[in-house]
Design a protein around this ligand. Structure first.
Ligand SMILES: NC(=O)c1ccc[n+]([C@@H]2O[C@H](COP(=O)([O-])OP(=O)(O)OC[C@H]3O[C@@H](n4cnc5c(N)ncnc54)[C@H](OP(=O)(O)O)[C@@H]3O)[C@@H](O)[C@H]2O)c1
Length: 314
């Protein structure tokens, strides 16, 4: 496993991080038992992963807490709270005091008295003023109490494919760590987020490296249709039956290529991989630790998708 310093946090993090959300939620989505999911977390630690991302909304904090018991001090934990109800669109945003209650509940589920990175989850640009006025002062109090070591914010990539929120949030200086959507179909964060994070010394977690678009033919078709509809893809440049087949010539396949594409992007510290399957985890950790894609392959990807900012790959 390779390690990197996570920007100004100074934390030494594994370049592969375990994502406990996404479509898999450690396999909780498709029937893993709690013990099987905890085994995925333990397997990650055994492979040298020291960075785990979870969230109240994923329902996986307890599993993580159980799996890291006895080795908490060797693990960097990132968790999150939303700033409004996910289920009731008519409810108002949470107050700072409510966010602190959420933090205490996360600490209890994780079985720890501090989190390394506490993130606001899936924030959009229109919420930033409220976040700055109401939530950040509460987070800073929690940091003074030692319950949070570093403040983080994650974007809502599905609705913010061109990163308006992070483009505005990074220069504020508040956020030590951000989570950004970046993949070979939509590398737009290179232009409008990673340039800024590098200038401000902000740590970066990368989500959506693979997701559905790069792990299933149906997901890929959907993503390519969306990009074409946005006028950002010349479909005639792709093979009709195997659009990303060219990636297979010098890699172990699309998933391998997708993780390596992210891993070697300047400014990205941690590539999250989300899975409920230990076999996938092992393959993905190997990919994330492999070398960069060949320059010919990177040039072809740049020609095809370099200007795309219209799709997440969900
Ligand atoms: N706004 C936010 O804050 C936000 C939003 C989304 C995600 N996240 C975080 O980012 C993390 C990463 O996102 P993600 O979980 O969607 O990750 P991802 O690694 O981009 O994609 C994971 C998907 O690919 C599949 N997959 C993984 N390895 C595979 C392999 N070797 N072969 C074939 N399929 C494979 C997984 O299914 P299997 O289970 O079958 O392997 C899963 O469906 C999440 O877990 C979460 O922690 C945060």
């Amino acid at each position: 496993m390779h390690y990197k310093i996570l920007g100004r946090t100074g934390l030494n993090v594994s370049v592969a991080g375990l994502g406990c959300g996404g479509h898999s939620r450690l396999g909780q989505t498709y029937g893993n038992t709690l013990a099987q999911s905890a085994d995925v977390v333990r397997a990650a630690l055994d492979l040298g992963i020291n960075f785990i991302d979870t969230a109240a909304a994923y329902g996986t904090e307890k599993i993580v807490g159980e799996a890291v018991r006895g080795r908490r001090d060797k693990v960097i934990i990132s968790t999150k709270t939303g700033i409004a109800s996910w289920t009731d669109p008519n409810a108002g945003p949470f107050t700072g005091a409510q966010v602190l209650e959420h933090l205490d509940k996360s600490l209890s589920r994780l079985g720890t008295d501090y989190v390394d990175v506490y993130n606001l989850h899936g924030i959009v640009a229109a919420q930033l003023d409220y976040v700055g006025a109401e939530i950040v002062p509460a987070l800073l109090r929690a940091r003074e109490q030692g319950k949070i070591l570093f403040l983080g914010i994650t974007e809502h990539f599905g609705a913010d494919t061109d990163h308006r929120m992070l483009s505005a949030a990074v220069p504020s200086g508040v956020w030590d760590v951000v989570m950004v959507g970046f993949n070979l179909l939509n590398p737009s964060a290179r232009r409008n987020v990673l340039r800024l994070t590098q200038a401000h010394g902000v740590g970066v977690q990368n989500m959506f490296a693979v997701r559905r678009a790069l792990s299933s033919p149906e997901g890929l078709k959907e993503a390519l249709d969306t990009i074409e509809k946005a006028g950002q893809l010349d479909r005639s440049k792709l093979d009709a039956t195997d659009p990303l087949g060219f990636l297979k010539t010098d890699t172990d396949g699309i998933v391998d290529a997708a993780y390596r594409f992210c891993r070697h992007e300047p400014g990205i510290h941690i590539v999250l991989t989300g899975t409920g399957k230990i076999e996938h985890l092992k393959e993905n950790v190997a990919s994330i630790n492999r070398g960069a894609l060949a320059s010919k392959t990177l040039a072809k990807l740049e020609e095809l998708f370099g200007q795309v900012d219209s799709v997440s790959g969900n």
